[in-house]
Design a protein around this ligand. Sequence first.
Ligand code: NDP
Ligand code: GDR
Length: 371
Amino acid sequence: MAKKAIITGVTGQDGAYLTELLLKKGYEVHGIKRRASQFNTDRIDHLYQDPHVSDRNLILHYGDLTDSTNLVRIVQEVQPDEIYNLAAMSHVKVSFEMPEYAADADGIGTTRLLEAIRLLGLSEKTRFYQASTSELYGLVQEVPQSETTPFYPRSPYAVAKLYAYWITVNYREAYNMYACNGILFNHESPLRGETFVTRKITRAVAKIALGLQQHLYLGNLDAQRDWGHAKDYVEGMWRMLQQDEADDYVLATGVTTRVRDFVRMSFREVGVELEFKGEGAEETGVISEVHNDEFPLPVGTTVVSVDPRYFRPTEVELLLGDPTKAKTKLGWEPTYDLATMCAEMVRADIALFERDQLLKREGFEVRNQFE
Ligand code: NDP
Ligand code: GDR
């Protein structure tokens, strides 16, 4: 019999990569997606199977982490071997605008799933993965950060995730459930949401290189992040649920990079060198060298500025993870380095926008979104 897994947040970046991984491993995957007014399954459309086919191994269910009735119903129907709780209002800056919703979906949502497992008598059968985060570390207490570093969350998102972390530990201890926290540092990919900083940058660089955009506005260029590739990280999630005993693990690369340097790295991919001038809100990124005959802007053009609207009321300045425990106990190691991932993201965004470039050349209007 194939193992059954439920993935919440199946339409997100990690949901897509994890679905692909579990299908390859022969699982029957049940994804929970939200009802939306437009299709929201772009990232998993290549895995879609016609509901009329009888031996499908990817089944999607409508559901929401804020509604326990549907979660109980789906868990009862599926009787899963594993649940991966990836669904969340996952944007740190946006959580300052909707703190109550973040607490409900990201915090209480986790309890709703754990309670579904418990109430349905599945505590011994169903293994549970909670998408915890390096945002728990928040204000720097220790560098690098490991499973034993104290938490100091700095946003409504991180506070909600702190609750989710501890309720997962509590259900493990109180009910002997196999429940794990993956404390994952930032991980990116060509499927990354468009408003997270790496993807915002690679999209803008692609558009600027194709003559579809002139300028990129960013917030805190000094922030440092330990960026890995989502493909590596979903493998770690799966490994956490295959051990003899449940535990909590950090997944990270052990390398940290400033936002400003990721901008430089991305422009380098299109043959352009940037120089940063000024400080704080006055800082700008100016083209200092061009090694690409097709690049549309000359040396001396300012292409990056700081817009304080992207600053956060409380910022997380430095994240650098220590993945030793995952390496030792799970045999997990990242396979991507940042430059390779950055190149993959820029190339994917160029391919995405070449269609827009063609439309523009032919005289059609191309609207700019997500700037
Ligand atoms: P995304 O933002 O790409 O995906 C989030 C998913 O959650 C989407 O499928 C979204 O649906 C769904 N979702 C949001 N709210 C609800 C809700 N109320 N009910 C049901 N589904 C909901 O996130 P990632 O894939 O990047 O991250 C996955 C998880 O890992 C998240 O919990 C995130 O907080 C956490 N995390 C992520 C890290 C990262 O660097 N990527 C690092 C550490 C933790 P829709 O598509 O409809 O919006
Ligand atoms: P983060 O990711 O907050 O770490 O949360 P994000 O990419 O949003 O920000 C990283 C850093 O870049 C700075 N920054 C900007 N960020 C955005 N989004 N837009 C900008 O214009 C910009 N300019 C500078 C930010 O201030 C920050 O310091 C991500 C999410 O995936 C969470 O769900 C997850 O838990 C953590 O990673 C680990």
